[in-house]
Design a protein. Structure first.
Length: 308
């Protein structure tokens, strides 16, 4: 009989963990057969760890994993994948925005022979601003990184044991785990679901984390930033050359005096800003190469508790 692992990254989710477990127990756990729930405490500052262990005391199939500090959701999922023992593993958010029955649909697709199953958001009960910026991110990914990125995006997925081993071999930091999952290939399928709005707890998905995800996605999977600054530099150089030719021609034919300080400062400031932007983008690539060369682990597991 096959075994499925449910990996749940936890970060300040003390108010939803018990509700999440009870929801899974009511809807899916009795239908999965052999299962395992891997909670990963990603350096939460609340009592999430105590609640995870409270749940584990009621269910011998619950594994509690604690990281040494906050490494981020993607690192927490990687840690969960390294601990899980199932023939396949599915990721599950702890914020109650996805119906637990989605796991059954993903599991059935895996039983059909798919090694990667993506959970695609067909719709989402969230504000217009959140929808707009999420849509902009996925549009940018489709245009510059992966044309197969679904319009609604996919943050949850099921991975076969073979796919898990490949993800672990990649050992990438400052990257997008979802894009890694889509990059590895294998026979895959898609399941569509409706994402509910969050009604319990407070989201820790801050603007800074969203911005980092955009930068990580671009730098890790696309050469578009390098190509873009090359194109901008070329266009600016051509525009400057055309302006010089035009100014000289007008001076020789019409006698118009060439403007001095103000125009010169505008050109200098614009060029300086462009150079700084270029150096910043190049610096991002250099820093990432340096960070990778250090070979620091993407996560550090402090403790794992499981039923003997």
């Amino acid at each position: 009989m096959s075994k499925i692992s449910i990996v749940v990254p936890v970060y300040y989710n003390s108010d939803t963990l018990e509700m999440l477990y009870e929801d899974m127990k009511e809807k899916i756990l009795g239908k999965l057969g052999d299962y395992e729930i891997v909670f990963v405490d990603d350096g939460s500052g609340d009592n999430s760890w105590e609640i995870m262990n409270k749940i584990a005391a009621k269910d011998k199939n619950v594994v509690c994993t604690r990281l040494s500090r906050n490494f981020g959701e993607h690192a927490a999922i990687l840690a969960g994948l390294s601990v899980c023992t199932g023939d396949c593993a599915v990721t599950k958010q702890a914020d109650l925005q996805e119906d637990s029955t989605l796991i059954l649909d993903l599991y059935e697709k895996w039983k059909e022979g798919n090694k990667v199953v993506l959970a695609i958001r067909a719709d989402r009960d969230e504000g217009a601003v959140k929808k707009f910026f999420a849509g902009m991110y996925y549009w940018l990914v489709r245009k510059t990184i992966n044309k197969d990125m679904p319009q609604g995006g996919c943050d949850c997925y099921l991975l076969d044991r073979q796919a898990i081993k490949v993800i672990q071999l990649m050992d990438e930091k400052n990257s997008s785990l979802t894009l890694q999952v889509m990059w590895i290939g294998f026979k895959s399928a898609r399941v569509y679901f409706h994402r509910k709005d969050r009604t319990v707890g407070k989201s820790r998905w801050t603007f800074a984390k969203k911005y980092k995800l955009v930068v990580d996605s671009m730098m890790s999977f696309s050469y578009f930033p390098i190509r873009a600054i090359s194109m901008i530099g070329t266009l600016v150089a051509l525009a400057a050359f055309a302006g010089i030719i035009g100014a000289i021609y007008e001076k020789l034919t019409v006698g118009t005096p060439i403007a001095g300080y103000a125009s010169l400062m505008c050109v200098v400031l614009f060029a300086t800003g462009l150079i700084m932007l270029t150096l910043g983008i190049l610096g991002e690539y250099v820093w990432r190469a340096l960070d990778a060369s250090r070979s620091r682990p993407p996560f550090i597991i402090d403790e794992v508790r499981k039923s003997e």
